[in-house]
Design a protein around this ligand. Structure first.
Ligand code: HEC
Length: 233
């Protein structure tokens, strides 16, 4: 192996070592926590996350005891209970003619950008059964959860949101950040183990990098010995 190749290999190795801590910090727990608060306050009255337990979410996201207590009190739930909505099939049938679907796997099934776009595309439509419409789910049974924050739009006559009828409480950029938090949280809900994988990954890379270094040093020592005893060829 030439000197230049060895130098390059050592540089690559050092690069992996330096990259490891930044990879560990890649996920943003504060965004996930804000998304969790939004979900509880604006979605959980209708939607479940049946594959998640309150205690798991608290641990994974680092929710404070007070935040956890608020969530549990709101839904009269125990810490080890699944995040089930109090909405019953009978009430849902009366209100929306269908049960709001469980959202545990929503981002995995529909994709992140679909969910994000859906949540920001409601418009008022008196001809729709619920009074709201959405180009991504025509004649949607869900009322716009963000009419206050985002504002209210009318239709454009072609099944798309049209002009603004009422401004929202939030500026568009602030609303967009809020949607990011919520969709981040829904993505976590679909793949809760991704957080652990991401925090474990850098350590695995670090181990492999150290191991490669050691293996290389060992190889050099062995070959030196072989060459010295004249058994290399
Ligand atoms: C008042 C009850 C209610 C609230 C509050 C509500 N939803 Fe819904 N949601 C529904 C109903 C009903 C549907 C079924 C819509 C349909 O199929 O027409 C639905 C559908 C959805 C869908 C599409 C599911 C699919 O793939 O077909 C998503 C995503 C969703 N809701 C997310 C949310 C989020 C996120 C929130 C909180 C910001 C929320 N919902 C708040 C009742 C609600």
């Amino acid at each position: 192996m030439s000197r230049a190749t060895v130098r390059r290999a050592w540089l690559a190795w050092a690069g992996v070592l330096m990259l490891a801590p930044s990879l560990a910090a890649a996920s943003d727990p504060a965004s996930l926590r804000r998304g969790e608060r939004m979900f509880i306050q604006q979605c959980a009255a209708c939607h479940s996350l049946r594959y998640l337990r309150y205690s798991t979410v608290q641990q994974d996201l680092g929710l404070s005891a007070q935040e956890m207590q608020d969530d549990l009190q709101r839904f009269q739930a125990r810490p080890d209970a699944a995040m089930l909505t109090p909405m019953t099939a009978a009430i849902a049938k009366l209100g929306f003619a269908k049960m709001p679907p469980d959202l545990s796997l929503e981002v995995a099934v529909r994709g992140r950008s679909w969910v994000r776009q859906y949540l920001g595309s409601f418009y008022l439509d008196p001809s729709s059964p619920q009074g709201w419409n959405n180009p991504l789910l025509p004649n949607v049974a869900m009322p716009d959860p963000f009419w206050r924050q985002q504002g209210i739009r009318g239709g454009d006559g072609h099944g798309q949101p049209g002009a603004w009828l009422q401004p929202g409480e939030l500026k568009p950029e602030a609303f967009s950040r809020q949607l990011d938090d919520l969709v981040d949280f829904l993505q976590y809900a679909a793949t809760p183990d991704a957080l652990k994988r991401r925090s474990l990954g850098p350590w695995v890379l670090l181990f492999l990098a150290v191991f490669t270094g050691l293996a290389y040093l060992l190889k050099r020592a062995w070959w030196r010995e072989l060459r010295e005893t004249g058994r290399s060829d």
